[in-house]
Design a protein around this ligand. Sequence first.
Ligand code: APR
Length: 238
Amino acid sequence: MYQKIVVLTGAGISAESGLRTFRDQNGLWEDHHIEDVATPEGYMRNPELVESFYNDRWRQLQVPEVKPNAAHEALAKLEQAFAGDFLLVTQNVDNLHERAGNHKLLHMHGELSKGRCPRSGQIFRLHEPFGPDNCCTCCIPAQRLRPHIVWFGEIPIGMDRIHDALEECDLFIAIGTSGTVYPAAGFVDIANHHGALSVEVNLTPKERHSLFHLHYEGKASEIMPSLVDKILSGSLFT
Ligand code: APR
């Protein structure tokens, strides 16, 4: 039976909830340049363009049809039923894991539903779209809130906690991520190096496919419910 589980999720786990991934067909990076909407330089150059990109994605989260799918719900069940240490690290900035019921959750790339004061770093829950009038309440003069998103070139959130968990875990599961963006793409190396069993759940084999001990190919919403039952019953290899 496993003692410590770390799960990493990527955009693929939210695809069946209606949220676009980044690098699949019709992915976000097909009609947006990363350097324009996902870098500090892009924000300095054209804050309105960046705000529009995140405002659109934030509004989409509020559409009733966008809700947790069976894969999110399976991970909430795993956290709730698993007696050992559990940490869900997500690269996603949506709120579907929280809405499914996960609490031992770390958003390493930030969250769409929050804004950040560029001067103090204080984080605010978003109640209105980003714009010139959506300002912090911690500074005088008030500062225009920026998306609480980790852009390319910025430091991901919670890396010390993530590293500690990866070094101690005996089961590492990567779900719906292309394994193309570091440091998340390197988590499997750390887990493997410390003796964990590593499992990949994806539609198709990805770049770092060969590093995983077990592979489940298909839709996360179809794979995760039975995979969680196998983990909880200690029958992952049957
Ligand atoms: N079930 C399982 N896997 C899926 C599904 C599904 N229903 N749909 C898509 N996938 C897989 C794709 O095969 C792909 O490997 O999800 C992965 C999505 O890859 P990306 O679009 O690259 O998303 P992600 O890996 O989360 O990107 C990592 O890159 O742009 C940055 O900050 C952004 O957090 C993001 C990071």
